[in-house]
Design a protein around this ligand. Sequence first.
Ligand SMILES: [Zn+2]
Length: 231
Amino acid sequence: MSIAQQLYQLQEIDLELAANQQHQARVSSQLGESQEVARVSAKLEAAQQRLEELERQQHDVEWEVEDLTVKLAAVEEKLFGGRIRNPKELTNLQHEADELKARRSQMEDRALEAMDQAEATTKNIADLTDERSRLEAEWNDYQEKLSAELAVLKAAHVKLSDERQRLAAGIVPETIEIYEQLRLRRGTAVARVEQGTCRGCQITLPTTELQQVRGGGLVRCGSCGRILFLA
Ligand SMILES: [Zn+2]
């Protein structure tokens, strides 16, 4: 194998390694927490807090209804007990009883309203819980697939790295150094020669250079400096 061919192969491996690493980075960036699951969890937490608040409200209102019922009973006891005969006092008591009834009725409406809202919120919590379970299951499947994909990529990376090491071991360090420098400066170090042209910079090569390339030695393009490789 000519040195140009060896370097070309090295470049092919390096390109594959770079693509593999990019692919790994893409896959890794998708591993982790699901934003969608987090969004539904936040909604769920808010709904649970809302339910607690509604239940507390309902309890408070029911307690107030009870309190008003006790007060009303006391007023009605005075009103209809027969001990109070003073018309003005009776009128006042009647007024008080009416107010208590109105207030109680208002509280009962509020209790019903809170109950309705609690019911709707409970339903909402059940729906959100289902949605979260579904999203979590989907996400876990997806994460498993990504993990498997990552494992395959890592194994391929190890294999390519071994191959590279083996190949590089057969090339003198000075040549590897030239190759690495070119990679840094030009992106690719080795350019194919096709129809007498350097594919790295598209310049037509002089006949002497072409002959040297055919000879199999390490020839660099006079224009872009890349190592020329004739397949
Ligand atoms: Zn060139």
